[in-house]
Design a protein around this ligand. Structure first.
Ligand code: PGA
Length: 255
């Protein structure tokens, strides 16, 4: 597999953090630190912060994403936000299927697939999250589980649309826990995902797809992780809320 064939992306996932004014301040702090990065830089922020994030990032190399979107274009879905709404705002990316959505908000592989299709239909780039729990890892079903999540999520999605999918391998046991997967574990599962993508589509599509690692990636452990052949950057939670730490990770992925 040839890393040069694809973009490394460092994407922040702010989760439920920062108000609009705090968003403006943090992005203004980040802009000079990540300017000139040799990887893509994305910040996925809460819906109410999107407007502030888009304004603050204007003219910079930071692109903005949302943290979820619904699978219908509009309708009686109280509290939800649709892909056309995000598109009209100028949002470029959306995270779909984050393990916190699966764990706390009843997302299933099927709704992840529907949401992915809806986002792609609007031309948004999808950061599709897959990953096993600790129990599943200990049961030795990581490969099957992650393959199944990937296959269901990409079901019915054309090769052309798959070019707008980024997969984030996020072992649930590593998210927000300070327990990072070793670079070898991350590489192993990202390579498995890439083979699954090659099976669904073809080798070219798999080689061109950005597959990130996520889960307690930080300024200290990022170098080793992003250096791996099949790890094309990261989805960063906690460390994306600190400008300095986030910029160190962006620099690691730019090497
Ligand atoms: P973390 O979160 O970096 O805080 O572990 C990663 C994620 O949930 O995307």
């Amino acid at each position: 597999m040839n890393k040069a064939k694809r973009d490394a992306i460092i994407a922040g996932n702010w989760k439920m953090n920062k108000t609009p004014s705090e968003t403006t301040a943090l992005i203004n702090e980040m802009k000079p630190l990540v300017a000139g990065a040799d990887c893509k830089v994305v910040l996925c922020v809460p819906f109410v912060d999107l407007d502030a994030a888009l304004k603050a990032s204007e003219g910079s190399n930071i692109e903005i994403g949302a943290e979820n979107c619904h699978f219908e274009k509009s309708g009686a879905y109280t509290g939800e936000v649709s892909a056309p709404m995000l598109k009209e705002m100028g949002v470029k990316y959306v995270i779909i299927g984050h393990s916190e959505r699966r764990q706390y908000f009843g997302e299933t592989d099927v709704t992840v697939n529907l949401r992915t299709k809806a986002a792609l239909a609007e031309g948004l780039k999808v950061i599709l999250c897959v990953g096993e729990t600790l129990e599943q890892r200990e049961q030795n079903i990581t490969a099957e589980l992650v393959a199944m999540q990937t296959k269901i999520a990409l079901g019915g999605i054309s090769k052309e649309d798959a070019a707008n999918v980024i997969i984030a391998y996020e072992p649930v046991w590593a998210i927000g826990t300070g327990k990072t997967a070793t670079a070898e574990q991350a590489e192993e599962v990202c390579a498995i995902i890439r083979n699954v993508v090659a099976d669904i589509y073809d080798t070219d599509t798999a080689e061109a797809m950005t597959i990130q690692y996520g889960g307690s990636m930080n300024a200290k452990n990022c170098d080793e992780l992003v250096a791996k052949t099949n790890v094309d950057g990261g989805l960063i939670g906690g460390a994306s809320l600190k400008a300095e730490d986030f910029s160190v990770i962006v620099k690691a992925a730019s090497k």
